[in-house]
Design a protein around this ligand. Structure first.
Ligand SMILES: [Cu+2]
Length: 243
């Protein structure tokens, strides 16, 4: 409950935990800093006009008709264009930060989305597959776990085995669609300060009956522990039912 309250009173964008999401966070902030004064001006003008220029009893004059007020027209053309340009620049920067994959990632993980679950495959053959149980429950915490190191470049190669799904981790301020036949790649550099924590992930493309249960955990591991941990799981295959 206190998390819900904190998220409501928190100012600005939620805090992301990856290097890539910094630009997304900035875009979010800029949008709010522009939208709030703009909304205040528009709503303020409406309220002012409604009261100041309302029709009074017995007053049937038509108000003064204004046409071709050049300064006003320039203002309401230039201001929106400027706002859109600013949003475009920040959007471009955010997209760019997410889409640029580093040439030499420290780790590459293949992620397959399917109806209904996830499979995570590591370069040494370690594979985690979690699928929704016969009778899933939304409260389940028994979800497939994607374990990732903090402080290193991790490349995710995202695939779908059937219909369209979407890989979404709210704490990364980022999601990407998983589309059959397409390899969508992206990088994650998770902040070392969140090592040891886990974050919920979910599918955000409606993909059929059990779509809402298609969730997973991202477990963040300190960089030095990750290597030995992964070596320990060499060639292992873990299957679990969630729910
Ligand atoms: Cu899905």
């Amino acid at each position: 409950m206190h998390e819900l309250v904190a998220s409501v009173i928190h100012w600005g964008s939620p805090n992301g935990v990856t290097q890539q999401d910094q630009q997304v966070s900035k875009l979010w902030d800029v949008t709010y800093y522009m939208a709030i004064p703009l909304g205040a001006i528009v709503i303020g003008l409406i309220i002012w006009c409604v009261f100041r220029y309302r029709e009074r009893p017995g007053d049937e004059r038509i108000p003064r008709q204004v046409q071709y007020h050049i300064p006003l027209e320039v203002l309401y053309t230039v201001v929106p264009i400027a706002l859109v340009v600013v949003l475009f620049v920040y959007t471009y920067k955010a997209e760019d930060a997410e889409d640029n994959v580093a040439p030499n990632p420290a780790l590459v993980v293949r992620v397959d989305a399917f109806q209904w679950g996830w499979s995570f495959v590591y370069p040494n053959g370690y594979q985690v597959t979690g699928s929704v149980a016969e009778e899933p429950t939304i409260d389940s915490t028994n979800l497939p776990v994607l374990t990732l190191p903090a402080g290193e470049t991790v490349q995710i190669n995202l695939f779908s085995e059937d219909v369209n799904h979407s890989f979404y981790v709210p704490a990364f301020l980022f999601k990407r669609d998983a589309i059959q036949g397409i390899n969508n790649s992206f990088d994650l550099n998770i902040d070392p300060s969140v090592a040891g924590q886990r974050f919920i992930g979910e599918c955000t493309q409606f993909c059929g009956t059990y779509h809402p249960y298609m969730r997973f955990w991202v477990q963040v591991m300190p960089k030095d522990q990750f290597g030995p941990w992964l070596a320990n799981h060499h060639g292992l295959s873990v299957t679990q039912a969630e729910g």
